[in-house]
Design a protein around this ligand. Sequence first.
Ligand code: ZN
Length: 306
Amino acid sequence: MNTIRLNARRIEKPWGRRDIPAIFGSATPDGEPVGEVWFEDPRGGRPELLVKYLFTSQPLSIQVHPDAAAADPLGYPSGKDEAWLVLDAEPEAKIGIGLRDETDAQSLREAATDGSIERLVDWHPVAAGDSFYSPAGTVHSIGAGLSLIEVQQNVDVTFRLYDFGRARALQLDAALAVAQPGPYTQPLQPYVLTPGREILADGPAFVLERWRGPGAGMLQVRPGKPLWLVGVGRGGRLDGKKIEAGSAWLVEGSVELVAEPRSDLLIAYPGRGLRSFAAFAWETPSVLDFRRRRFRDSPKGLKKAG
Ligand SMILES: [Zn+2]
């Protein structure tokens, strides 16, 4: 099987929301709101990446994740880098990433203890379409009023520095041992590689791309090196199967992708360095318009048409 549709599992969270997209069902009336939707391989196992949707009505904790070197002695199979693509943001919504100024572990400990860490964190106003890559060691928090897609290394290890007065446990010592107590710089400014193919992040732990249709061709994916594909908006077809908005897929081997006009797909794969998708061709509206215009404007074209 070359395409596997991942199972969507809703996770209730105190900071979640009840107005989640219909494709994920509705929140249980008596239960907690839905904070996350996890996409899991129906065959089981632990794929290298994990894709989630997040829906927030309150900020998540201010937290940090270890890198591989710090995670290994604690018994975790990898470190944890994360990336976010904002889908929808209320007007005041923010993501906190890095600190406003250089500080040190002792000052960070005091700030986490007395709550002034809320003012140390660098809060960025965000809007739909913004993306961030958060390497292990980056102090971060997802603010309230956001819907986003999170891609991460598939390991459940989070050290909380501060939880906005909620009663959950903190892991201050572990967090301070791995936190970079200074400003964050985005490892890569997102750029358009070719019309229809935008690169949002290029490692170190995974690559994140956003593809827009129309386009068609074969995705050649080496066995054992799978590709994650998420229908952000309008989709297309994978080996004839409809890619719905809110569906996530694991792709391996040789797979036919047909992306509709204005389709919007998120692509992720482990490692650093862009993969070549030579057998897939993007046909963006701008290229089509350009070709049409050139045909119309050329005297030969006019003659043919007449
Ligand atoms: Zn995190």
